[in-house]
Ligand binder design. Structure first.
Ligand code: C5P
Length: 227
């Protein structure tokens, strides 16, 4: 057995995080949800009035970037890591629809990407890591040992996301979720700096018609071939 780097990228709401988390647990690897980092920076921007009602003050956010401290802290009860923004647990807040509405705009900013990519490379220095996001196999770890590109039909992704938000008690409509997923995909694939795209050597994993158990078993068997 050797320690490897596993990069999982893909469109919004393909279930990357759920699967990556399970895989990391099975392999006893560290799991890093890079989307949570972009979400936390977005929350910071919202709280400081740099982004509201479609108006963004990007230079002000960029100036304050050094003041943003992000940390994953393990919650032993829940058995997974939660995102802390300047010492505060923001795990719940960053998953809210309002953050989802702005996050792709914040993730377009070059300086934000530099800061977060640096942190992500540092986290993966010792390998034995499963990292999920949009640019892990292309930019963060272009030499990752195993790259997965996850995809699923728009309908499957919207339905999953919609159910997840309803379970969390958010008041959203299916149409709002559909629009958000489509909009994020558009911005993520069209941005100038490290847009979402399949790395040439990534394995495409379409889970439109797969349940969680099947997805996990398939992914784990792929991963074990590389270890
Ligand atoms: O993975 P999640 O849906 O939580 O990511 C939220 C947003 O963060 C994405 O829509 C994308 O705009 C941005 N993101 C990114 N690069 C990553 C991870 C997330 O641009 N590596």
């Amino acid at each position: 057995m050797r320690n490897i780097t596993i990069a999982i990228d893909g469109y919004s709401s393909t279930g990357k995080s759920t699967l990556a988390k399970q895989l990391a647990k099975a392999l006893e690897y560290v799991y890093v949800d890079t989307g949570a980092m972009y979400r936390a920076v977005t929350l910071f921007a919202m709280r400081n009035g740099f982004i509201a009602n479609g108006i963004e003050n990007i230079p002000a956010l960029v100036r304050l970037l050094p003041k943003i401290q992000l940390k994953f802290v393990r919650n032993d009860k829940l058995k997974f890591s939660e995102m802390y923004l300047n010492g505060e647990n923001v795990e719940k807040e960053i998953r809210q629809m309002e953050v989802s509405q702005y996050v792709s705009r914040i993730a377009e900013i070059e300086q934000v990407r530099y800061k977060l990519v640096d942190m992500q490379r540092e986290m993966g220095r010792d390998k034995a890591i499963v990292m999920d996001g949009r640019d892990i196999g292309t930019t963060v770890f272009p030499d990752a040992d195993l790259k997965i590109f996850m995809t699923a039909s728009l309908q499957a992704r919207t339905t999953r996301r919609y159910k997840e938000l309803l379970e969390k008690g958010e008041e959203v409509t299916y149409e709002e979720v559909l629009e958000n997923v489509q909009k994020r995909d558009y911005i993520d694939t069209h941005r100038e700096f490290s847009p979402l795209m399949k790395a040439e050597d990534a394995i495409v994993f379409d889970n439109s018609d797969m349940g969680l158990k099947e997805q996990f078993e398939r992914l784990e068997s792929i991963a074990r071939r590389y270890i």
